[in-house]
Design a protein around this ligand. Structure first.
Ligand code: ATP
Ligand code: MG
Length: 411
């Protein structure tokens, strides 16, 4: 016997019994997002490596540690670790800045990150997300957050926690970064290795470190005071106030969290996350924010944008499972031709129908029917001779014999 080849660590098959749950996420997304004017976009799952280096940021964990990068014909290519960069590339390349604003796009599909696999964390995982281009006003931030909340509601998830923060603009953030570095300098040796590496390149990223000893440092009164200080400039503050006022008016409950900075480099002003208490330590289902400089950084015009992505595995783990759909009918017959013809008639009328393809005994066929279908359609010798079908309701065990053309109405 040949050696079995296994699925790669950190990846998973989505098996037939689980697919209905994925359709639920995708169909609900299409339904809800369409109401807000979003159009679906599908970009390739690999792109030039440089797109992510520039688009996600080369001080991020994603770019530094987590990318699946390979060479082909002297080009460096990378499996997408997220889809904002790809969508922005496509937005620029297809001249979407010329369309009247806002341009609203949504996507879903697999993403790839080389991370330590654990509950809620895979190396191939799936995201559903939205991006809105062309609006600098906080109405856009409010609408995308409301959309996230309403998508979750449509899935039946009502009790998730929305956290928001403002990272300010590059100008006001610079002073804040400096202050953070200053106040953390005496603690440098006590920071975790990751934080020590981030200290110079990306000091704000320290704030959402998950390591306990770092979290304790940020709780020290003199450090906490700096972290919690209002550093954003008046324009950024006004943007944030307006966002909150829209959220209040739309009945979206949220908490402000100054430690929320998000992993990606490109965010400015609004960032947000949606969390669940039922997910253990990987508790974020949604992350997003405003990224006004990304389109320009990737070579496009000055186009403001805001968006979010949700982890679909994490969404599914919060939702009840869905049973596999039963067949509408299973045809029980020793005459394959007759069974074929009846099955096709009913399929053409929209029913889900199967019949025995391998000459099994009548009793075996009945067993299969009762396991897999709502109705058994029995085509024995008598029925065939009389042009009838015996229709057995497999839930109630009631059985009636009717003319063939009456079957469809009964199942
Ligand atoms: P985390 O802090 O959990 O690593 P992140 O900031 O890296 O999240 P984003 O890049 O914002 O995550 O992605 C948005 C969402 O995608 C996350 O909130 C999460 O639900 C999901 N997600 C991210 N990485 C993974 C992964 N490796 N496996 C499964 N889901 C993931
Ligand atoms: Mg991550």
């Amino acid at each position: 016997m040949s050696k079995i080849i296994n699925v790669i660590k950190g990846t998973k098959d989505i098996l037939p019994q689980d697919v209905a749950a994925w359709h639920r996420l995708e169909e609900t997304a299409l339904e809800v997002f369409t109401k807000y004017g979003y159009k679906e976009i599908r970009t390739p799952i690999f792109e030039a490596t440089e797109l992510f280096a520039r688009g996600v940021g080369d001080t991020t964990d994603i770019v530094n540690k987590e990318m699946y990068t390979f060479e082909k014909s002297d080009r460096s290519l990378t499996l997408r670790p997220e889809n904002t960069a790809g969508v922005v590339r496509s937005f620029i390349e297809n001249g979407m800045a010329r369309l009247s604003a806002p341009v609203k796009l949504w996507y879903h599909g697999p993403m790839f990150r080389y991370e330590r696999p654990q509950a809620g964390r895979q190396r191939q995982f799936h995201q559903v997300g939205v991006e809105m281009f062309g609006i600098k006003q906080p109405t856009a931030d409010a609408e995308v957050i409301l959309l996230a909340v309403n998508y979750l509601k449509a899935l039946g998830l009502n009790d998730l926690l929305v956290e928001i923060n403002s990272l300010g603009c590059p100008t006001c953030r610079e002073a804040y970064k400096k202050k953070i570095k200053e106040v953390l300098k005496p603690e440098f040796d006590n920071l975790c290795e990751d934080c020590q590496n981030r200290y110079e390149k990306n000091p704000l990223r320290l704030l959402d470190c998950k390591v306990e000893s770092c979290k304790e440092i940020f709780e020290k009164p003199e450090i906490k005071k700096v972290i919690q200080s209002d550093f954003v400039c008046e324009e950024c503050a006004e943007h944030f106030r307006e966002l909150k006022s829209y959220l209040d008016k739309m009945g979206v409950k949220y908490q402000e969290n100054k430690l929320l900075v998000r992993g990606l480099d490109y965010y400015n002003r609004t960032v947000f996350e949606i969390k669940s208490n039922n997910l253990g330590s990987q508790n974020a289902v949604c992350g997003g924010g405003r990224y006004d400089s990304l389109v320009r950084n990737l070579g496009g015009d000055d186009v403001p944008a805001v968006g979010w992505a949700m982890g679909m595995e994490r969404l599914n783990s919060l939702l009840p499972a869905i049973d596999m759909a039963k067949l509408d009918a299973y045809i029980v017959s020793n005459d394959s031709t007759q069974a074929f013809v009846l099955a096709e008639e009913l399929r053409n009328a929209g029913k889900i129908v199967e019949f025995d393809l391998s000459n099994k005994k009548f009793t075996k066929q009945l067993e299969k029917a009762s396991k897999s279908a709502k109705f058994a359609l029995i085509l024995g010798e008598d029925e065939i001779n009389n042009g009838t079908v015996s229709v057995k309701n497999l839930e109630t065990s009631e059985q009636v014999t009717v003319q063939r053309d009456k079957v469809l109405a009964l199942i």
